[in-house]
Design a protein around this ligand. Structure first.
Ligand code: NAG
Ligand code: NAG
Length: 214
């Protein structure tokens, strides 16, 4: 009897609950991979995300056109600058950075593609309930598909269309809510003197962060 009541409640909550666009936690850190449909790029990175101060730190290991690289960048959206940080020799390059800050999460105008279980629902701990959404990328043509967990709105993957590289796919893993070392979202002390070079006019945008490797 108790089981039946429990089952009825579960069914009721399931039926009552339709996924809604959601905001992800404003402070996140973890790992991610990025790859492009044209196979030119893959990266494996650690990230720190501050959705309140609009700051992102990304520490990448990857390959572009078969050439491997490491890259450590701090993106300050509000100040429209970015720092390329070379910890090993304590140097820093400051560049103008132009990109809209899009908070992690699901925009209100997204349309639901569906709710699915990643992994398996056959046993405890084997599956992850996620919602996938699709929408138009703001300010340019193309679509995105974003997947977040049903519980907590934690990012799972983001795919979006780019003109030159096809679908660009980011997969998130090992996400943790919060930022253990907030200092890494400030320019290191050895960056204080970094100046934007004269004639460094072309602001870097978010995509070219990953793609302009020479
Ligand atoms: C990367 O390496 C693969 C295999 O060695 C080769 O087929 C491909 O043309 C290379 N791609 C580029 C962009 O150099
Ligand atoms: C520091 O390291 C970076 C990346 O390896 C290099 O491009 C840069 O020239 C180095 N700077 C100095 C002053 O040695």
């Amino acid at each position: 009897m108790r089981f039946l009541v429990l089952l009825a409640c579960l069914l009721a909550t399931c039926l009552a609950h339709k996924p809604h666009p959601c905001a992800s936690p404003p402070l996140l850190s973890g790992g991610l991979t990025v790859s492009t449909q044209n196979e030119k790029l893959w990266t494996y990175a650690k990230y720190l995300y501050d959705g309140i101060g609009h700051r992102v730190r990304i520490m990448e290991l990857g390959a572009y056109e078969n050439k491997s690289f490491t890259y450590d960048a701090l993106l300050l959206y509000r100040e429209a600058v970015m720092y390329e940080i070379h910890e090993h020799n304590h140097t820093c390059i400051k560049k103008p950075f132009k990109a809209e800050f899009h908070p992690v999460g699901i925009p209100k105008d997204a349309s639901l593609l569906g709710q699915v279980v990643l992994g398996s629902s056959s046993g405890p701990g084997q599956g992850l309930l996620v919602n996938s959404w699709m929408g138009d990328i703001p300010e340019q043509s193309g679509k995105y598909i974003a997947t977040v967990t049903e519980f907590g709105c934690i990012p799972v993957s983001l795919a979006y269309q780019t003109k030159d590289y096809g679908w660009m796919v980011t997969s998130y893993f090992n996400n943790v809510i919060g930022i253990e070392d907030p200092d890494r979202l400030n320019p290191p002390s050895f960056c204080q003197d970094a100046e934007i070079k004269d004639g460094q006019e072309e602001p870097v945008d978010f995509l070219s962060l990953f793609l302009n490797k020479n």
